[in-house]
Structure formats: structure tokens, C-alpha cells
Design a binder for this molecule. Structure first.
Ligand code: ACO
Length: 335
């Protein structure tokens, strides 16, 4: 039993924030941001918009392209590190889509690698669990966790949602060739948004100072990042991971039509492409318009490339996600 990608869709918030807009709130410039990162604009959730709403819109478009009715979805994987409910957002997306057969739906938390892990999970569920149509949604709103006074991080992120439909098929039609997945908790200190127990800042409620009971409710700290370490980690680990995934698929760099990396920084994308000797004409990038949208970035760039006709049916794509955890992983897929 094989599985293949049969639809994709995306949704972004209305509010667009340019580098010049950011230079009004922190000491930075369009020139600094665009030369160091390649980012020019990003979208930020505002007003009545919600992450669940964006995710449902992206999922609806993907289902429409796949010609799959919401009632025929039997699994929804919501890859997000910024759920609107600590207990998970996937069932809310399921409700918004009106899937009446109560399909299984759950969240996957793996930051910028979330979509990659969702794709792997979908393939495993289809191949081993008898599932037919799986929605894999990457959706994040890191703008809610950014310190908007920290110019080192607030310039990088944007909000978005994007989805693909993974469908069961005969093994000769298989469109998910291989995976290579890793994590390294040692590196967690380089990129985090951890629970903070600071008594002055975060404590809500009260407890007995002596026994510590009942527990105080902590809050989450802003995103904390060592940019240089994350940069080094990405440039070192991602090419190795893609090479491993290519090898497992019995392919090499010359067999792939497109390189599609998590959209974190254009300099990371260029460095990985150079290491893999993949020319820039075969590299997908849209982070100039959206910044780093975490779990949404890979399906968002894929959707745009499909809509614009760059990625055509039958094209082979080497894709890789990497980020907090630290986590990273690659897959070779066919559209
Ligand atoms: N505008 C102007 N100056 C800035 C800004 C800014 N927005 N941010 C930092 N600077 C300054 C610093 O204060 C520093 O000044 P100093 O030399 O006087 O101390 C100088 O610019 C250099 O700062 P660095 O942090 O060393 O800049 P660097 O070249 O490392 O670029 C960046 C920073 C863009 C964050 C880079 O390290 C990077 O892209 N790292 C990858 C991290 C990443 O992509 N994270 C995303 C999340 S994780 C993921 O998705 C993989």
C-alpha cells in the first residue's frame, strides 16, 4: 500500500508588515533584514482572525484540490507549536471543516519541523493503519510569542497555515519515497519558548510559599534564540539529512526537480543548496513575502509553487524541515 499527495492549499492573515514597518518599532532597517535573511514582508494575525480559522481555510482548499469531501477525511494532523488551546487545536479544525464522521484528529508539536513529522505520520497511518485520506496541516502564529522589542528575533517570523491531503494508493503510484528524521535535546537551549515560573512576572493565582501548593499557573517566555548556533546547526545537519533521504530513495541530487527547505533564512537555503550542488533555479523560496512561518512554511511554499505552475505533476521534491527541539528531518516526495 502506497500514499501520495493529492491536494494542497494555504491561507495567510490579511495584515502585512514590511521591514520598514518594523524599523518604526525596533532599531533595524530594510537593508539589514533583507541582506541577512532575505525577508521583506510577513503576515501577522490580527483582529478576529484565528489560527484555527486559517488552518481550516487552508484545509478546505487542499480538500477541494484533492476532490475529497470533508466527510471522507479519516485523520487530521495539525502540526503547530502555537495551539489556541493547550489541549490541542486539531479537533477544532475538524469541527470548522464539518467532518461529520468524527475522524481522529490530533496535534503534532515540533516547531519548524512539524510539517515534516506530520507528513511522516500521515504516511505511516496510511500504510500501516488503513487510513484513506489524511489532512496534514502546518499552522503557526509565532507572532504571539515573539518579543516585539527584540530586533534579533521579531524580524524573522510570520503567521500562516497550509495543508496537504495524503491519500492511500497502489504501491506503484507511491509519492512519499523516503524519510530521514532526527532530534537533539542538547540543542534545545539554542531555540526555545519555555514555561517560565518567574514569581514576579508570570505568577497568576496564589500558593503557599512554603509548600508550593497549590501550584501557580506559569506562562510561556518569549522566543529565545541563539541565531548563530541555529544557523550553524541548519547548515551542517540539513544537507546530511537530505543526502540520507536521497540515498534511502535510491536517488541523488541530479534526480530531483526541486529543493524545498523550511523557509527560515535565505542564506541557510543558499548554503544548503550549494552543499548539495543544486542550482538556484531548482530551489523554491517564498520567505521574502512571509518570513519564517514555522510549521506552515514548507506546505505554503509548495502550494504557491504548484499554483504558479512551477511544480508540475510527477516532479520529485527533496524537502527538509529543521528548527527548535532541536529537530530536523527530510523526505523525498513526488507531486
Ligand atoms: N537590525 C539591525 N541590527 C541587528 C538586528 C536587526 N534586526 N538584529 C541583530 N542586529 C545586530 C546585532 O545587535 C549585532 O550588533 P553588534 O555587532 O553591534 O553586537 C549585529 O547585528 C550582528 O548580530 P548577529 O546576531 O551576530 O547577526 P547574524 O549575522 O548572526 O544574523 C540572524 C542574525 C539573521 C538571526 C542569523 O543568525 C540567522 O538567521 N540565524 C538562523 C536562525 C533562524 O533562522 N532562526 C529562525 C527560527 S529557527 C528555524 O526556523 C531554524
Amino acid at each position: 500500500r502506497g500514499c501520495k499527495l493529492v491536494g494542497c492549499g494555504s491561507a495567510v492573515p490579511k495584515l502585512q508588515i514590511s521591514n520598514d514597518d518594523l524599523s518604526k518599532i525596533v532599531e533595524t532597517s530594510d537593508e539589514w533584514i533583507s541582506t541577512r535573511t532575505g525577508i521583506r514582508n510577513r503576515r501577522i494575525l490580527s483582529g478576529e482572525e484565528s489560527l484555527v480559522g486559517l488552518a481550516a481555510e487552508a484545509a478546505r482548499k487542499a480538500l477541494q484540490m484533492a476532490n475529497v469531501d470533508p466527510d471522507d477525511v479519516d485523520l487530521i494532523l495539525m502540526c503547530t507549536s502555537t495551539p489556541e488551546d493547550l489541549f490541542g487545536s486539531a479537533p477544532q479544525v475538524q469541527r470548522a471543516l464539518g467532518c461529520s464522521r468524527s475522524p481522529l484528529s490530533y496535534d503534532i508539536t515540533a516547531a519548524c519541523s512539524g510539517f515534516m513529522l506530520g507528513l511522516v505520520s500521515a504516511a505511516c497511518h496510511v500504510r500501516g493503519g488503513g487510513f484513506q485520506n489524511v489532512l496534514v496541516i502546518g499552522a503557526d502564529a509565532l507572532s504571539r510569542f515573539v518579543d516585539w522589542t527584540d530586533r534579533g528575533t521579531c524580524i524573522l517570523f510570520g503567521d500562516a497555515a497550509a495543508a496537504v491531503v495524503v491519500q492511500a494508493c497502489d504501491s506503484e503510484e507511491d509519492g512519499v519515497f523516503s524519510f530521514d528524521l532526527h532530534s537533539d535535546g542538547e540543542g534545545a537551549r539554542h531555540l526555545s519558548a519555555s514555561l517560565r515560573h518567574d514569581e514576579t512576572d508570570a505568577a497568576i493565582g496564589s500558593n503557599d510559599a512554603v509548600t508550593g501548593f497549590p501550584p501557580r499557573r506559569p506562562s510561556y517566555a518569549h522566543i529565545n534564540m541563539n541565531g548563530k548556533e541555529v544557523f550553524r546547526f541548519a547548515v551542517r545537519s540539513v544537507p546530511q539529512s537530505i543526502e540520507a533521504a536521497l540515498k534511502k530513495a535510491g536517488l541523488n541530487g541530479s534526480n530531483i526537480d526541486w529543493l524545498l527547505l523550511h523557509q527560515a533564512n535565505q542564506r541557510i537555503i543558499d548554503a544548503v543548496a550549494t552543499r548539495l550542488e543544486i542550482p538556484s533555479e531548482r530551489v523554491l523560496s517564498n520567505l521574502a513575502n512571509y518570513g519564517n512561518t514555522s510549521a506552515a512554511s514548507i506546505p505554503l511554499a509548495l502550494d504557491e509553487a504548484i499554483q504558479s505552475g512551477k511544480v508540475k505533476p510527477g516532479h520529485i521534491i527533496a524537502t527538509s524541515g529543521f528548527g527548535a527541539g532541536l529537530t530536523w528531518g527530510s523526505s523525498i516526495i513526488r507531486w
